[in-house]
Ligand binder design. Sequence first.
Ligand SMILES: Nc1nc2c(c(CN[C@H]3C=C[C@H](O)[C@@H]3O)cn2[C@@H]2O[C@H](COP(=O)(O)O)[C@@H](O)[C@H]2O)c(=O)[nH]1
Length: 340
Amino acid sequence: MAGVLSPRETGRLIAETSKDVSICTDGIKKTAQVVFDHVKKDAFSVKSWKEHELNPKTMDKAAVDWVFLADTLNFSFYSDDETKKYSVEYGGKKHTGYWSLCAAINRALDDGIPITDPNYYASISQEKLASILRSDTDYNIPLLDKRVEVLHEAGSVLLKKYDGSFINCIKQSEKSAQSLLKLVVEDFPAYRDEAEYNGKKVAFYKRAQILIADVWGCCEGQGYGEFNDIDTITMFADYRIPQCLVYFGALKYSDDLLQTLRKDVNIENGDRLEMEIRGCSIWATELICEETKKLLAADPQTADADINAILVDHYLWDYRREKADEMRNIPFHKTRCIYY
Ligand SMILES: Nc1nc2c(c(CN[C@H]3C=C[C@H](O)[C@@H]3O)cn2[C@@H]2O[C@H](COP(=O)(O)O)[C@@H](O)[C@H]2O)c(=O)[nH]1
């Protein structure tokens, strides 16, 4: 990480110099009001992570191993052909996108396959992974070959350096999210989500940060999930939150960018447009979080409620899922890569 801007500073830099993506103060305030209303109504907190039916319900090593596997594969679920979707049925429900991955992991575990054990996935064959992640439609998970590669890499590093479990990475980080972030991006190259912007080395670290956030959420901020600097983690620069931020008017795309996105072309990872979307999303979420904190502090009923960029992100991500139909006219950027 030496000489690389942190995700927060990356967001600030890109927001200051971006040409095709701008941050709108009215939209920031509007989004903060929506987040504030939700926190006030539903007591949204670190405990909300577990309410998702597919997420682990324990707070032990098995749950952390599950989170590490899921976030090692947590990228690129969108279809090239919008009429088809990668989908996995589990618990009587059809799951799509990211949730299909979770459903497939749980399906494998139910079938007695030790998919969360690095002794198993460090040498898994492409055929075996294809079977484990198989879709219930004729559209399979994208980038299967890359998924095998990242599992081999992650599994062998865990076995060689961390006695076969991510809990030992957590222990070594001594309750510091930033130390854990540094460890993950240094030792697990597939998490090294970096680029160059206007001659500067920048970092988005989407999967490394969501990995830490998911451990925090899964363990409700205790035990393996106890981090004294968790609020320094930024939102996770994926391809869904930007859609939501545009929907709320917090982000505005130039006509040129909208036209490009509507052509449904793949934008390369590291392209200026892709970095402007991701960087401005990080900075807009930081601003929304600050605004939400002010609203919470000003209301006696919520004066002691906690909020951070992780919780704002999760709320917006879940919101986008629920309102997918309302947002279908807002294009998302398609960047086929292993980073998000
Ligand atoms: N920024 C952000 N990106 C997130 C998530 C999650 C899942 N988190 C869940 C777990 C607990 C929380 O409460 C969330 O419910 C997945 N992704 C990313 O989205 C994309 C997949 O989208 P779709 O094709 O629609 O499934 C893909 O890039 C994936 O990496 C998040 O939380 N934040």
